[in-house]
Design a binder for this molecule. Structure first.
Ligand SMILES: *Cc1c(COP(=O)(O)O)cnc(C)c1O
Length: 342
């Protein structure tokens, strides 16, 4: 789908929106005296409003990710980007979105908040992507499809061929959530952005980059889609302290941490296979393992009693009997294994 067709999917009120113009938007040039934004003039490092475009952080992320700043949106976590997708494309009570199940719970919550119907299609055997069923679930009011890859909580990724197939036939915007991409064996699907204008790829600094507390999510898409995100977001959605800390902390090389998490994932998976109460350890491209045990509730409580918390996913359709276990440090993982072996 080309960008003109994507723009036809945008809600009328958003397409015609006159966005809020910040004081700092209205004049670009060298200024030494700022009397335009009703700020306190006495410098404490944070008395001025931050850059609503996040130019410095975008430049930095652009270098790391190899994607132009105009094709980028920075949100208060990916959750902001997810919510903006609904607000930009979905007419409440009229439009709908399609997604897989089980998957990340935020799509459903954002849909409910925006009063938009969600059509969930269960994953196939071994959590495979039901591409044909996903397309069959769509109608002319289906504006968005959310596919999380690597998927939370199942841990598996979907193939680029399957994603390409959806992009070829889906008449809406496909949102690929790549929160866990840095732990995956296959590269990011951002490589498809140059071919498909109806693709939005979400990433985050909360997982591999270790900056969950700073609340920084990223969306990548066609510059015209990113402009819509910029128009609809709160003008100062990212605060200066967060941007400064991110710029500092992004200088660290997280490759060694990510490698350790990946090798620990394989070690823990193997060790769990040998634990009597473990029925199955699903393959993972993420920084967690989905583990089927004899009695998930009992194991969850046993871990809690030992002051270790995992995520009980046993109530989720398709994840019966399963716990989702985040990979920790080697010591933390060893502690977990010891409890589970007993
Ligand atoms: C953790 C996670 C995110 C990250 O959300 P942030 O708001 O950026 O912290 C996004 N998507 C999925 C599937 C996740 O599991």
């Amino acid at each position: 789908m080309d960008i003109d067709n994507v723009m036809r999917l945008v809600r009328e009120n958003i397409r015609t929106l006159a966005p809020y113009s910040t004081a700092r938007d209205e004049y670009k040039g060298d200024i030494g005296v700022f009397l335009d934004a009703n700020e306190n003039p006495y410098n404490n490092g944070y008395n001025r409003y931050p850059d609503p475009r996040q130019s410095t952080l975008k430049e930095l992320l652009s270098q790391i990710k190899g994607i132009a700043p105009q094709s980028m949106f920075i949100g208060n976590g990916s959750d902001e980007a997810i919510d903006l997708c609904f607000r930009i494309f979905c007419e409440p009570r009229i439009d709908n979105v399609v997604t897989i199940a089980p998957t990340y719970g935020m799509y459903r919550v954002a849909a409910a908040i925006n009063d938009v119907e969600v059509r969930e299609v269960q994953l196939g055997d071994d959590f495979s992507l039901p591409t044909a069923a996903l397309l069959s679930a769509c109608d002319q009011n289906t504006k968005l499809m959310f596919v999380c890859s690597p998927n939370n909580p199942t841990g598996n990724s979907f193939s680029i061929e399957q994603i390409r197939w959806i992009l070829e036939y889906f008449d809406g915007v496909l949102v690929i959530d790549e929160a866990y991409i840095d732990f995956a064996s296959e590269p990011s699907l951002t490589t498809l952005l140059s071919e498909y204008d109806n693709l939005i790829v979400l990433q985050t600094l909360s997982k591999a980059y270790g900056l969950a507390a700073l609340r920084l999510g990223i969306a990548f898409a066609h510059p015209q889609i990113m402009q819509l995100f910029a128009n609809v977001k709160y003008p100062y959605n990212i605060n200066l302290a967060g941007m400064e800390r991110a710029a500092e902390l992004l200088k660290r090389d997280v490759a060694a941490e990510v490698e350790s998490i990946k090798s620990e994932r394989e070690r823990v998976a193997q060790a769990l296979e040998a634990v009597p109460c473990v029925k199955r350890v699903y393959p993972s491209d993420a920084n967690f393992l989905l583990v089927k045990v004899d009695d998930a509730k009992e194991m969850y409580n046993k871990l809690i009693a030992a002051e270790v918390i995992v995520r009980d996913r046993s109530g989720v359709q398709g994840c019966e009997g399963c716990l989702r276990i985040t990979i920790g440090t080697p010591d933390e993982n060893e502690h977990l294994l010891q409890i589970m072996r007993n």
